[in-house]
Design a protein around this ligand. Structure first.
Ligand code: SF4
Length: 413
């Protein structure tokens, strides 16, 4: 068995843990933000409906700002107020409502999971973090802990980006926060700290603290309700690690939780010495040629051709202008030819590359891809018969385009 973490990094004094819980919950009761999912969960007496309301919010909030989620969440809950309603929706409807929120597989998996609860679990949500994670697609350890503690009162901790930052600062943990030793420590500490009588509020309070006070840059330590328990703050004030009675100092040596000896405490950074992460891989560069094909519709208004992407992979099932990935470093002429060949397959007739008008380039950053869209346009005279053997396609007006399940990147195009 691995050696237990050095005591400096633990919350081992029960009186301190209790004091930290009390301070944090009192602050949360005074200062928490008014958010629609909180209001919905607090007012909902039915456990399954409460679980569903929290689940939708947690999935939408993954990798997405609160301010962006509010409107999507409100529209979603109006359209599908229950699991049963979501289970009956089509994937197309889900994608349309999700359009612009990013990470589209989240909506798809949420709906798959709702269908599973209805068809295999008699419409009843699992009630513990362990079962939620095991039985629901798209529900990982964090989401399961959040639903179980907030909706069902299970005393289980959660670890998200905000909690990582707060806990690493509270206990001066400066090793790579994605390393197995730190991840295990974070979950253990979250489970030690969680308040037994108000676990959902405690977890939300810890995340709220990270979102509004213990922020990545320039944290508001002076206003922090738990600063008395924060070793990073004391270290900043006193210039060295706070003493821990009868405990060997682990700042030097091979402590798996301390910053590496080669990158010690930097006093100019203060508490933002923590947490630390291994350098991220740079995003992969990709280039795609895309064509806005336009024709006159029957009422004279312009219409544009959109085609559906495959049902798996990046932006699965969303609609886009006909597009073709390009090799890097192609000459412009060659890029045009590739796009013309691609369009020819759609329209079943030869297409002159020089008819394509270059419009410009659009850059969109996905989490791991730096995508450049090389945008062309083409006006068509007369009718075009699209090959029905290819992916689904349709002509849309500009308004219909914006109401369709299209990505933010395509809206930029
Ligand atoms: Fe974060 Fe500062 Fe509070 Fe410590 S004192 S938890 S660093 S805001």
């Amino acid at each position: 068995a691995p050696a237990p973490p050095p005591a400096r990094h633990l919350f081992s004094d029960p009186a301190e843990v209790e004091a930290l819980r009390r301070s944090l919950l009192a602050w949360y009761d005074r200062c928490k933000r008014d958010l629609p999912w909180r209001a919905l969960a607090a007012a909902e007496p039915d456990a399954d409906r409460r679980g569903y309301a929290v689940w939708v919010s947690e999935i939408m909030l993954q990798q997405t700002q609160v301010a962006t989620v509010i409107d999507y969440y409100t529209r979603w809950m109006q359209k599908w107020p229950t699991l049963q309603a979501l289970a009956e929706a089509s994937l197309e409807e889900v994608n349309e409502l999700w359009a612009g929120l990013g990470y589209y597989s989240r909506g798809k998996r949420l709906q798959e999971a709702a269908r599973k609860v209805v068809s295999e679990l008699a419409g009843q949500m699992p009630r513990t973090a362990e079962e939620l994670q095991k039985l629901l697609p798209g529900v990982g350890r964090y989401t399961a802990g959040a639903i179980a503690s907030i909706s069902y009162g299970q005393a289980t901790g959660v670890v998200d980006g905000n909690v990582i930052r707060v806990l690493c600062r509270l206990r001066c943990v400066g090793a790579d926060s994605s390393s197995p030793a730190v991840i295990d420590w974070l979950w253990d500490m979250a489970n030690v700290l969680v308040d037994r009588s108000r676990p959902g509020d405690f977890n939300q309070a810890l995340m709220e603290l990270g979102a509004t006070v213990c922020v990545p840059k320039s944290p508001l330590c002076g206003e922090c309700p738990v600063k008395q328990h924060c070793q990073a703050w004391r270290r900043k004030l006193f210039g060295k690690a706070p003493p821990v009675p009868d405990v060997e100092d682990c700042d030097v040596g091979d402590c798996p939780l301390c910053p590496p000896a080669t990158e010690p405490w930097d006093s100019s950074l203060g508490v933002t010495n923590f947490p630390r992460k291994a350098a991220k891989k740079p995003p992969r560069a990709m280039r795609t040629a895309t064509c806005v094909l336009e024709r006159r519709g029957c009422h004279g208004a312009p219409e544009y051709l959109i085609v559906q992407r495959p049902s798996s992979g990046l932006l699965a099932g969303l609609w886009e202008f006909p597009s073709v990935p390009l090799a890097q470093d192609l000459q412009e002429e060659k890029e045009r030819e590739e796009l013309a060949d691609h369009l020819q397959a759609w329209m079943g007739r030869p297409m002159a590359a020089k008819g394509l008008q270059f419009i410009g380039e659009v850059i969109h950053i996905f989490s791991h891809i730096h995508q450049t869209y090389v945008v062309y346009s083409l006006h068509l005279d007369g009718d075009v018969t699209l090959d029905p053997a290819l992916s689904p396609s349709r002509w849309v007006t500009e308004d219909e385009f914006h109401a369709s399940a299209v990505s933010t990147a395509m809206k930029k195009v």
